[in-house]
Design a protein around this ligand. Sequence first.
Ligand code: IYR
Length: 228
Amino acid sequence: MYPHIPYLPVQFTEAEMLQRSRDFYGHMNRRRTVRNFSDRPVPKEIIENILRTASTAPSGAHKQPWTFCVVSDPAIKSQIREAAEAEERESYNGRMSEEWLRDLAPLGTDWQKPFLETAPWLIVVFKKAYEMEGGERRKCYYVSESVGIAAGFLLAAIHHAGLVSLTHTPSPMNFLQKILDRPDNERPFLLIPVGYPAEGATVPDLVRKPLEKIAVFYETNQIGLENG
Ligand code: IYR
């Protein structure tokens, strides 16, 4: 067992919590997936802090089953773009269903992925199907859940820093394992370009579902109690 230490609670008054929860929602609601990136450089230390934040995510048995591969090398970015576009070209020209293409049409995406070279940093998130420890295979648990949560923290940290990201999922993306020379236990999960938005960048004017559409509350039935 780990030695246990007192939890240091982050404490606020109810009024402060109300304000903070509102403010945080307002801040997160401004996050948008951006597809047009500026090539303006972003200091490495900002990226390092963002990655540290991502790695604070909870994970099954605290295995932290993720590796973040961070690419700024233009030669590697070009290789990634070329391989991603080759797969995407095939996907858009036959591998994706009619329904899928219709669902994507409002977003205006296509097989071309210039942002893979323009964005100053590409973060490639790998999930670890298992871990190697001293030549031995060790299990990881709830890997997709854990890495999905870490990726969520990553996107929030990128936004919090004032940068933009794109959750890109070239498919299939095993080419990333080869280009980045990752071991057998690591599988590519998401490819996330990070940087500043291009000047004049636009985003689709989409609407997020209201609370009533995304949440169901089960509370004590006050009327039932009074009558019962
Ligand atoms: N991977 C492709 C297609 C794509 C799929 C979904 I679902 C999106 O929300 C957006 C794009 C691409 O990156 O273009």
